[in-house]
Design a protein around this ligand. Structure first.
Ligand SMILES: *[C@@H]1O[C@H](CO)[C@@H](O)[C@H](O)[C@H]1NC(C)=O
Ligand SMILES: *[C@@H]1O[C@H](CO)[C@@H](O)[C@H](O)[C@H]1NC(C)=O
Length: 265
């Protein structure tokens, strides 16, 4: 069973996530994932909210910048946010927590238009030191890289600390789950036109039961070693068939990411 302090943390984190769930209906957690570790995905981070507990996922893109979802930063100030990096198990006491200096939220972010442009960059107070083992940047795709279409439950990987089911619990140990990456056409068809291939990419499994839930928001969907998606939203309950999870399509934002890093870096 859980040691007492972990249970305590889990409860604190669960409370935090539950409250986010209400404010941000689109957050997610990994359902039916397996234990993972930061050595395998050294770019993964836990974004901590105003209460100091896990709030969203994210990824390291350079020494000074982390990428997450705009719905994770909307309505918050930089001084309320911090980033825990280089860990498999998130913990209130650290180690390796760095404060956020500036939030660069996409100017076209629109929660009223199916969460269009759901991407933010976080400039960190101090640059990270890459060790190539537990702290390293993620590889981004080429601009306008064509959406791959993979097989059922394979190839695409979602990584996060989110809930294991709607109404489930936050996982203090990093989780991963293999997902199918859907073609633009199937993503749109399965959501009855409520997704747009300009902004969205879908990941899940046809029969449901695997994918994102609350607390996974902002975290990475990886395909062939590159981050193709940022967890954005999903139809509830989490992983309900026939709806795959919806991600912000990173390949559409490569110029925006570069431009903002240069201006502020
Ligand atoms: C979620 O995780 C908790 C604790 O690890 C476990 O007790 C529960 O059965 C899990 N729920 C599902 C739906 O897997
Ligand atoms: C996990 O997968 C199993 C088998 O595929 C499925 O029956 C179950 O509903 C899934 N769990 C959740 C929380 O969706």
């Amino acid at each position: 069973m859980l040691p007492k302090q972990d249970l305590c943390l889990a409860i604190i984190v669960l409370l935090a996530i539950t409250s986010i769930g209400q404010a941000l209906p689109m957050s997610g957690r990994v359902v039916n994932g397996t234990d993972s570790n930061v050595e395998k995905y050294p770019f993964v981070i836990s974004l901590r909210g105003p209460s100091g507990s896990h709030w969203c996922g994210g990824s390291i893109i350079s020494k000074q910048f982390v990428m997450t979802a705009a719905h994770c930063t909307d309505g918050t100030s930089a001084h309320e946010l911090s980033v825990q990096y280089g860990v498999t198990t998130i913990s209130a006491e650290g180690p390796t927590v760095v404060r956020v200096k500036k939030i660069i939220q996409h100017e076209g972010y629109n929660p009223y238009n199916n969460y269009a442009n759901d991407i933010s960059l976080l400039m960190l107070e101090e640059p990270l030191e890459f060790d190539g083992v537990t702290v390293a940047p993620v590889k981004l795709p080429q601009l306008a890289y064509a959406t791959p279409q993979t097989q059922e439950g394979s190839e695409g990987v979602l990584i996060g600390w989110g809930l294991n089911a709607t109404g489930g619990v936050i996982q203090s140990t990093l989780q991963e789950v293999g997902l199918k990456v859907y073609s633009d056409e199937e993503c749109t068809a399965r959501h009855e036109g409520n997704t747009d291939p300009k902004y969205h990419i879908c990941g899940g499994v046809d029969e449901g039961g695997k994918g994102q839930c609350s607390g996974d928001s902002g975290g990475p969907l990886i395909y062939q070693g590159q981050q193709v998606g940022i967890v954005s939203w999903s139809i509830k309950p989490c992983t309900a068939a026939p709806y795959p999870g919806v991600y912000c399509k990173v390949s559409q934002y490569i110029d925006w990411i570069k431009r903002n890093q240069i201006v502020l870096g």
